[in-house]
Design a protein around this ligand. Structure first.
Ligand SMILES: Cc1cc2nc3c(=O)[nH]c(=O)nc-3n(C[C@H](O)[C@H](O)[C@H](O)COP(=O)(O)OP(=O)(O)OC[C@H]3O[C@@H](n4cnc5c(N)ncnc54)[C@H](O)[C@@H]3O)c2cc1C
Length: 388
C-alpha cells in the first residue's frame, strides 16, 4: 500500500505468498483464463501454504490472523501476477461465506466446516443473487420448506462465482412460506450451507461468459427438491437478511481493498511503460500531458489508499459498520476505475490488447462497482445514514 502500512511480519508472509504465486499460479494462469476455470490444485496448494481461512482461530486448526493486512498481501501478490480471477474466487470463499460461518455458525457447524474451508475440501460460493433479485434481495424467490429433519430447497440463482468449481454454496432462501412473487419481509429469509455432493437436485447451469476475470468461473445454479439437513441452517430461521447484512462490512471492504491494490499495480506498470515507450523520438513519459496525468493519478491513488487503510484499521478494531464499508467500497472502486481507464489511455493501442495487464485490470475493475452492492446502492446507503 504505502510506506508504514505493513510491518515486518506481513513482509515475511509476503514471501510465502510470492513463492506460492510464482510456483502455483503464474505458470497456469493464462490457461485458466482461456479455459474459464482454474485447476482445483491451486486451492489445494493455497491450503498447503496456509492461505485459506487466515482468520480462523487456532481452536479450529487455523492461524488466527485476524489482521486484515495479511489478506491484502495475498491480493497484492495476485494483482502483481495479473491473477485477478483467483483473487475474486478467494474473496468469495474467505470474505463472504467464511464470515457468516464464523459469526453465526453454531459450535458444531464450525467444528465440521471450518477445517474444510481451510484444507480446500470445501470451496464455497455465495448464492444470494437471482435473475429477479440482485440489489433488492427481498425479491429472492428461492424457497425452502421444512420437512422433518430437512429443508427442501427449490429455486434458481445466477452470477454465482465458484459455481462450477466449488463444492457448495451459502444460499439465501425464503423460509416463511409467503408468496414468493411478493417481496419478502425482514424475517422472511434464511441462510443454508448447501453441499453439491450427494444432492442430484443441485444443478449447475450455464457458465456465464464474463467480460473479464475469466479464470474465475461464474454460473447459474438450480435447486430442485434439494434436501438440506436442518443442521445446515446458518444462524436462526428468519435471520438470513440480517446475517447477509452483517457480513457486508467484510465483503465490501474486500472489494475496496482489491480496487486499491489493483489500481496501484496498474499505475506502477504504467510508470514503467511510459518510460519505455517512445514516440516522436521521446519517451511518452516526457510529455507534459503524461506527467500531469500521472501526478493526478498518483494523488488519487494515495488518497484512496489512506481512506481504505483507515477502513482496514476500523475493521481490525471491530468497528467497521455497513455505512463505513460502503463508503470505502464506493470511493475506492470508482477511483480505481478512473485510474485504470487513464492508465489504459497512456498505453495507447496496447492498452486495449488483453495480453497487457492494464486491459485485464480494466475489465476486472468494471465488476467492482457492481458486485457486492452497486455504487448506486452504496450511495443510497450513505445518503440514508446522512439524512436519517
Ligand atoms: C461477474 C459477477 C459475479 C458475481 N458474483 C456473485 C456471487 O458470487 N454471488 C452472488 O450472490 N452474486 C454475485 N453477483 C451479483 C451482483 O452482486 C449483482 O449483479 C449486483 O448486486 C447487482 O444486482 P443486479 O445485477 O440484479 O442489478 P439490479 O439490481 O437489477 O440493478 C440494475 C441497475 O439499477 C440500479 N439500482 C437498483 N436499485 C436501485 C436503487 N434503489 N436506487 C438507484 N439505483 C438502483 C443498480 O445500481 C444498477 O445500476 C455477481 C455479479 C457479476 C456480474
Amino acid at each position: 500500500m504505502f510506506p508504514g502500512f505493513y510491518e515486518e511480519i506481513h513482509e515475511e508472509f509476503r514471501e510465502v505468498v510470492r513463492e506460492f504465486v510464482t510456483r502455483e499460479v503464474t505458470p497456469h494462469y493464462r490457461r485458466w483464463d482461456a479455459e474459464h476455470i482454474m485447476d482445483r490444485g491451486v486451492w489445494e496448494a493455497a491450503a498447503e501454504n496456509g492461505l485459506l481461512g487466515l482468520a480462523v482461530g487456532e481452536d479450529h486448526g487455523g492461524m488466527g490472523l485476524e489482521d486484515y493486512r495479511f489478506r491484502m498481501v495475498i491480493d497484492e501478490e495476485l494483482a502483481r501476477a495479473d491473477a485477478l480471477g483467483l483473487a475474486l474466487a478467494l474473496h468469495l470463499h474467505d470474505d463472504w461465506v467464511l464470515p457468516a460461518l464464523r459469526g453465526f455458525g453454531s459450535a458444531a457447524q464450525q467444528q465440521t466446516w471450518l477445517p474444510r474451508f481451510m484444507d480446500a475440501s470445501f470451496i464455497a460460493s455465495v448464492a444470494f443473487t437471482e435473475p429477479g433479485a440482485g440489489s433488492d434481495l427481498r425479491g429472492v424467490r428461492t424457497k425452502a420448506v421444512r420437512e422433518g429433519e430437512d429443508w427442501v430447497l427449490n429455486g434458481q440463482k445466477t452470477f454465482i462465482g465458484n459455481g462450477i468449481s466449488g463444492d457448495g454454496a451459502l444460499v439465501l432462501a425464503r423460509t416463511d412460506g409467503s408468496d414468493v412473487k411478493q417481496r419478502g419481509g425482514r424475517g422472511s429469509f434464511s441462510l443454508f450451507l448447501v453441499e453439491k455432493e450427494g444432492n442430484p437436485g443441485y444443478q449447475v447451469g450455464n457458465q456465464l461468459d464474463k467480460m473479464g476475470l475469466k479464470a474465475s468461473d461464474t454460473a447459474e445454479l438450480f435447486f430442485s427438491d434439494v434436501r438440506v439437513p436442518v443442521a445446515n441452517l446458518i444462524g436462526e430461521e428468519g435471520q438470513g437478511l440480517q446475517i447477509a447484512k452483517a457480513i457486508l462490512p467484510q465483503g465490501r471492504l474486500a472489494v475496496a481493498t482489491s480496487a486499491a491494490v489493483v489500481a496501484a499495480a496498474v499505475l506502477d506498470q504504467t510508470m514503467t511503460y511510459v518510460q519505455e515507450r517512445r514516440t516522436f523520438d521521446r519517451p511518452v513519459a516526457e510529455y507534459q500531458n503524461t506527467r500531469f496525468r500521472l501526478a493526478e493519478l498518483q494523488v488519487s491513488l494515495e488518497v484512496t489508499q489512506r481512506y481504505v487503510a483507515a477502513a482496514v484499521e476500523r475493521f481490525d478494531a471491530g468497528e467497521l459498520d455497513v455505512v463505513a464499508a460502503s463508503k470505502a467500497k464506493m470511493w475506492a472502486t470508482e477511483r480505481a476505475k478512473e485510474i485504470i481507464d487513464e492508465c489504459l489511455q497512456l498505453h495507447g493501442g496496447y492498452g486495449y490488447i488483453l495480453e497487457y495487464p492494464v486491459a485485464q485490470a480494466y475489465l476486472a475493475v468494471r465488476l467492482m462497482t457492481i458486485f457486492g452492492g452497486t455504487s448506486e446502492i452504496l450511495r443510497e446507503t450513505v445518503a440514508s445514514d446522512l439524512l436519517r
